[in-house]
Design a protein around this ligand. Structure first.
Ligand code: KIV
Length: 271
């Protein structure tokens, strides 16, 4: 299906229509103005200002250290660049779990200070009170189940989740819980493809997968991974569309050579 590039803002309602007519949803992360502008102009449906910024922008090993202020900084930069895509900002670790009033306050800050369209959080039954509280203020919420990087210290590994029957059953129950609460979509990360397909078939809201197979309603990747900027990260689900690391290093190397050899700037490149 061709990408519709007319500038008509993607809304939660439009995402639901896409699911109904079987049009897959394309989502990518962005964290800054310049990248988000390119991603939006290329016709992406959803831009996720993910807390993966903690890894790819700040160099942290996990997503846990990133703060609400830092997410707001990234979110506001992305929103300024975006005219078409729906923008989702991750609630960072420690700003919504265990205290629904804090969850609401964090979400309100994100909505007011970034002008994003919605927030995303990780978890099911454990965070449902927070989900309900945020939704009660009219803030759209995207869920996130399966591999939940903010819980890495509980699980100890980034391996595939919900392979065992009891974990798959809980994931399915959590997905229904989030849908019943009013979430407009859910990210499913690193789970068996058959389970991803089952969840997408049982739920009416869109399921966006990352390592959840092709039976879901859309896909999301981290932009630094799919462009080949990150080099050490190579999970099976990742398709690299470019080797930008090599391109950047090549261009920087050429610049260094030109400076050192006095080739740059030449007569036409000075005043
Ligand atoms: O933070 C992030 O980039 C995410 C995606 C991996 C879905 O949550």
């Amino acid at each position: 299906m061709p990408v519709n590039k007319e500038i008509k803002k993607v809304t939660t309602h439009r995402l639901m229509e896409m699911k109904l007519r079987g049009e897959k949803i394309a989502m990518l992360t962005s964290y800054d103005y310049s990248m988000a502008k390119l991603v939006d102009e290329a016709g992406i449906d959803i831009i996720l200002v993910g807390d993966s910024a903690s890894n790819v922008m700040s160099g942290n090993e996990t997503t846990l250290p990133i703060t609400l202020n830092q997410m707001i900084y990234h979110g506001a930069s992305v929103v300024k660049a975006t005219t078409r895509a729906l923008v989702v900002v991750d609630l960072p670790f420690g700003t919504y779990q265990g205290n629904s009033m804090e969850a609401l306050a964090s979400s309100i800050r994100i909505m007011k200070e970034t002008a994003a369209d919605s927030v995303k959080l990780e978890g099911g039954a454990e965070v449902i009170e927070s989900v309900n509280r945020i939704l009660s203020a009219g803030i759209p919420v995207m869920g996130h189940l399966g591999l939940m990087p903010q819980s890495i210290h509980k699980f100890g590994t980034y391996s595939v989740r919900a392979k065992a029957e009891d974990e798959a059953k809980k994931l399915l129950e959590d997905a229904h819980l989030l849908e019943d609460a009013g979430c407009f979509a859910i990210v499913l990360e690193k789970i068996p493809a058959a389970l991803g397909k089952q969840v997408a078939q049982e739920l009416n809201i869109p399921l966006i997968g990352i390592g959840a197979g092709n039976g879901v309603d859309g896909q999301v990747l981290v932009i630094h991974d799919m462009l080949g900027i990150t080099q050490q990260f190579s999970p099976r689900f990742l398709r690299r569309y470019h080797d930008l690391a090599a391109e950047i290093k090549g261009a920087v190397g050429a610049y260094i050579d030109d400076v050192k050899s006095l080739d740059f700037p030449n007569d036409k490149e000075q005043y």
